[in-house]
Ligand binder design. Structure first.
Ligand SMILES: [Zn+2]
Length: 427
């Protein structure tokens, strides 16, 4: 008895010394997946945290509890995220001028947030700026417009959004626009145009000319194939998952994945349990049938301020959690995309703060290193993982920049040639 007690206390001493040494930074526990995660440039394609930047009672620089949102700067640092596309999101706007105005205000909120945290956050405009900022230890903010209705059929508005820093546009949200069909979210709507209209093709080509990425998330299958046929640059799906695993209209079929790979684009996997797990989707339908009315009344209550609204919603979700799925199911989507589209065509587009739940163990941005650990455990190479974490998206953005330069050059030469021939005819 005595000998045993003596050995145990000696062991405790050794363990204690080891912990102290690790804490002091003298020893680093070997974790190749974690090292790989923090050494890579990690990019996420879609977050709806953006409206919180407009709320003076919510500070991006302060750590929040999980029930008060998925992301903030302290948890972003913990999760090793380097680059985020903030969604310039809004619902359907039928009144002329309203969508453009709301988008301008949301874009302003992103810039204001970056200005408030200028020592740590920057809005970048090119791949060169992104890489330089990450090297500098900065957190990079990019923007994507969610829904082509936001440009109100105005190419000048689209061009001005680019000038303000918007680097992708999702051609539709969950409803058709006047020039492109949507996939819908719960059920597939009747097609309106059977893909892109002539103006829709013009929008895609104008985006190519500017170097703005065309985002194929949310669009119908017919629109997707029209985009692939029209676009001169690789496209992205900023937040879409895999239909072969979960049959949802928002997800991409294997045929679409192969077409996307041929276009040299990237599918950035959405984490929402309802999109990635059919059983979770079924449970969520029952959940919202039961709780939908209560949640809608909290959202629509004009008499409460945003902080009280957040508190009420948090309290509701804590006592009535939304159905989830496992991290393994999410990893299955990554595996399938890597297998069918190839390691050069997969990325991350979680949909943070835009959906009602996330997979267990991946509830907030600080959990992101678990994705790398999971991919590592499933045998993907460090090279593949680095591409999925961010290099694929950066490659596509750089290609869009190159194609934009080439198209502008061609336009200039064409303009000069037509001026020359006009001069000839005058002589
Ligand atoms: Zn979306």
């Amino acid at each position: 008895m005595f000998r045993c007690g003596y050995d145990l206390s000696k062991l405790r001493l050794w363990v204690g010394l080891l912990v102290l040494a690790i804490q002091a930074g003298c020893l680093t526990p070997e974790d190749p997946a974690r090292s790989l995660h923090f050494e890579s440039i990690v990019v996420d394609g879609h977050s709806d945290t953006t409206p919180r930047f407009e709320d003076p009672s919510w500070d991006f620089g302060v750590r929040h509890s999980l029930s008060d949102g998925d992301m903030d700067l302290p948890r972003i640092r913990e999760g090793g995220l380097d680059v985020q596309f903030w969604s310039i999101y809004m619902g359907k706007r039928d009144v002329s001028g309203e969508a453009i105005r709301e988008a301008l205000e949301r874009i302003d909120a992103v810039h204001e947030m970056a200005d408030r945290h200028a020592e740590e956050v920057i809005v970048a405009r090119s791949v060169a700026e992104i890489r330089a900022a990450v090297d500098d230890g900065k957190f990079v903010s990019l923007m994507g417009i969610e829904g082509g209705h936001i440009i109100e059929e105005s190419l000048p508005a689209l061009r001005n959004f680019y000038r303000l820093g918007v680097r992708y546009m999702t051609l539709t949200h969950s409803f058709h626009t006047s020039w492109a069909d949507s996939s819908g979210t719960t059920e597939i709507p009747e097609p309106l145009h059977h893909g892109l209209t002539e103006f829709g093709r013009e929008v895609v080509l104008e985006m190519n000319r500017m170097g703005m990425l065309v985002d194929v998330s949310h669009i119908s299958d017919e629109t997707f194939f029209d985009v692939i046929e029209t676009s001169k640059a690789p496209v992205i799906a900023s937040h879409s998952s895999i239909r072969a695993i979960a049959n949802h209209p928002r997800n991409m079929s294997d045929e679409m994945l192969r077409a996307l790979a041929k276009n040299d684009g990237v599918v950035m996997i959405n984490f929402y349990p309802v999109y990635i797990d059919e059983q979770a989707a079924q449970k969520a339908r029952l959940y919202f049938a039961e709780h939908g009315k209560v949640l809608a009344s909290i959202f629509k209550d004009q008499d409460i301020d945003s902080e009280s609204r957040r508190r009420l919603l948090s309290a509701h979700f804590e006592t009535h959690p939304v159905p989830q799925t496992s991290l393994d199911v999410l990893l299955d989507h990554f595996d399938h995309a890597i297998q069918v589209a190839g390691p050069d065509h997969v990325g991350i587009g979680a949909d943070w703060d835009g959906v009602a739940s996330m997979p267990i163990g991946m509830e907030e941005i600080s959990d992101l290193p678990r994705l790398t650990a999971g991919l590592f455990a499933r045998g993907h190479s460090a090279d593949t993982i680095r591409k999925v974490l961010g290099e694929n998206l950066l490659r596509v953005l750089a290609q869009a920049e190159d194609i934009s330069r080439a198209l502008s050059q061609t336009r200039l030469l064409e303009a000069m040639a037509s001026e020359d021939s006009a001069g000839e005819s005058h002589r």
